[in-house]
Structure formats: structure tokens, C-alpha cells
Ligand binder design. Structure first.
Ligand code: NAP
Length: 270
């Protein structure tokens, strides 16, 4: 669609924002749906400056990423209840000057795990950062039994204390008991694509492995899991679901995710 005086600005906020695919996805969405909007990336280490820009320009929707998901919260006029429990905001909607924060990462995780039975399943979350918190929030609500392993023990302890679950001992000690593994660490992400957060030898055929990394689409962890005969789910499903949920919050529309998933996979292959 032609850009005009009526074109609305949306943004991705983060720092340094080298590998974000948000503009690619959101702009494809605008084209597809004839929405007169454009998303641009604004990399700034100072969240106050980004908030000021959002109010001034104005920016109608901001997708918020590392390192601002927590630090943005005090500057918002309102924070949705789930985002408050999770302790992170990845979406800000500008409603006539009022900035309202949401967490659509949790909707992304719901999308990624759609069709997987979570009730009473033992789920191991690797990592205890912002996305691990969103994952724990959904998994707990869905009736799963949580285990968390994290490089820094303290963060895993706080997360499990707050949301209910056990800190996992050394990974080798978990044995075959785990049904689902969720990687919420950046281990295996581009450019260090030969790394994996979980040893191949410990992967079981009956397990479902969800890697929240979306670049690359097939991480080392997922190719190991495939080799071990486990069920694999990549982070693109989550990425697309959380991005569509952002647009749905802004525009109050719904959409199917499949075409955007293939767009991102094709883009990463180039
Ligand atoms: P975050 O808040 O910075 O948390 C990162 C977590 O990973 C922390 O628990 C950290 O442990 C751990 N970690 C970092 N580097 C590590 C390493 N080298 N070895 C072991 N553990 C390490 O980040 P986040 O927002 O939760 O994002 C985590 C990952 O999720 C991202 O890198 C991205 O790949 C993925 N993600 C996916 C989507 C999607 O839509 N698919 C959306 C957002 C994020 P410490 O506590 O010890 O520092």
C-alpha cells in the first residue's frame, strides 16, 4: 500500500536490534491486509527516549524486546494483569495517548504448544528470563508440573517460588521423567548455531521439545531431538503467534498464522 499522510507508524523497541524479524513480519501483515501502517526498528539503550518518541510521534504499536521488556513497565499508564504477573511487557498499544502494556509472548507460547497435552505433564524449562516466565505462566495455568534449570540458580529459584515448581538439579539427574522440554535460553541462536542447551544423549523419544529460538528455525537442539525421534516444535510458531496477537490487540482483528510462518522460514534460508 502506498505510504500517505495517513500512514500510521508502529515500531520495534530494543537494543541493539541486529536480528529482529519483527518489521518483516508486521509489514507483510500490513500489505496483506491493506492496512496503512509501517513498522520501523528503533534501537536505543534508553527506554525513556523510546517512550517519549512513542507519545510524541506518535507510535501506535510498539513490539518491545531485549533489554526493555521489564524496564519499560514503570513508564506505562496501564499494565495488563497477565503482564504484571509475568513481570514483563512485550507489547505497548497507544490508545489516544494512553500507553497500555501487554505480554503476547504468553499467547505465542499457547500457539506454539497448541495440540500438545500439558495437563499433569512434567515440563522442564531451560532458562529463567522474560520468556521463561511467560512459558511458566502458561504451563502452570494449563496444569503442567514445572521444573526449571537455569545457568544462575537464583533466577530459577525465584521463578519457581513465584509460579510454583521445582528447580531442576543437574540435567543428567532428571532421567526419563520429563515429557516436554522448553528452551527459553539463547543457546543455539544465530550466529552460535552449533551450540545446544541440552545434551543429545539425554533426549528421549517420547519427549516434545519446543525451542523458542526462531533464528535459525532448526536449531542444533531441534535437529538432535529429531535424530532422537522426539517431537519438535520451533520458535517460529511462537514468534508469529505473538506478533499476530500484537496486531490483534491494536487493530482488534484475527488471522491465520501459517502464511507468515513460511515467510519467515523462506527469509532465513536466503
Ligand atoms: P532474557 O530475559 O535475557 O533471559 C535469558 C535466559 O537465558 C536467562 O535465564 C539466562 O540465564 C539464559 N542464558 C543466557 N545466555 C546463556 C548461556 N550462554 N548459557 C546458558 N543460559 C544462558 O531473554 P528472553 O527474553 O527470556 O529470551 C530468551 C530467548 O528466547 C531469546 O534469546 C530468543 O531466542 C527466545 N525468544 C523467542 C521469542 C519467539 O517469539 N519465538 C520471543 C522472545 C524470545 P542467566 O539468568 O544465568 O543470565
Amino acid at each position: 500500500m502506498e505510504k500517505t499522510v495517513k500512514t500510521k507508524l508502529t515500531a520495534v523497541f530494543g537494543y541493539p536490534l541486529r536480528h529482529t524479524l519483527s518489521p518483516l513480519l508486521h509489514n507483510a501483515f500490513y500489505e496483506q491486509h491493506n492496512i496503512n501502517a509501517v513498522m520501523l526498528a528503533f534501537a536505543n539503550p534508553d527506554i525513556k527516549k523510546l517512550i517519549e518518541a512513542m507519545r510524541t510521534l506518535p507510535i501506535y504499536l510498539a513490539a518491545v524486546t531485549i533489554p526493555h521488556k521489564q524496564t519499560i513497565m514503570p513508564y506505562l499508564d496501564e499494565v495488563d494483569a497477565a503482564a504484571r504477573v509475568i513481570g514483563a511487557v512485550n507489547t505497548v498499544i497507544n490508545r489516544e495517548g494512553r500507553l497500555v502494556g501487554y505480554n503476547t509472548d504468553v499467547i505465542g507460547i499457547v500457539g506454539a504448544l497448541a495440540g500438545v497435552n500439558l495437563k499433569d505433564k512434567k515440563v522442564l524449562i531451560l532458562g529463567a528470563g522474560g520468556v521463561a516466565r511467560a512459558a511458566a505462566y502458561h504451563l502452570k495455568n494449563a496444569g503442567a508440573k514445572l521444573f526449571c534449570w537455569n545457568r544462575s540458580l537464583g533466577a530459577a529459584q525465584s521463578l519457581m517460588r513465584e509460579l510454583g515448581g521445582e528447580v531442576a538439579p543437574a540435567l543428567e539427574m532428571l532421567g526419563q521423567a520429563i515429557d516436554i522440554i522448553v528452551n527459553a535460553t539463547p543457546v543455539g541462536m544465530y550466529p552460535k548455531t552449533d551450540e545446544s542447551p541440552f545434551p543429545f544423549e539425554l533426549i528421549q523419544k517420547h519427549q516434545v521439545i519446543l525451542d523458542l529460538i526462531y533464528n535459525p528455525a532448526e536449531t542444533r537442539l531441534l535437529s538432535d531431538a529429531r535424530r532422537a525421534g522426539a517431537t519438535v516444535i520451533n520458535g517460529i510458531k511462537m514468534f508469529v503467534a505473538q506478533a499476530l496477537a500484537q496486531e490483534a490487540l491494536w487493530l482488534r482483528i484475527e488471522n491465520g498464522a501459517a502464511k507468515y510462518e513460511s515467510l519467515l522460514v523462506d527469509y532465513q534460508r536466503k
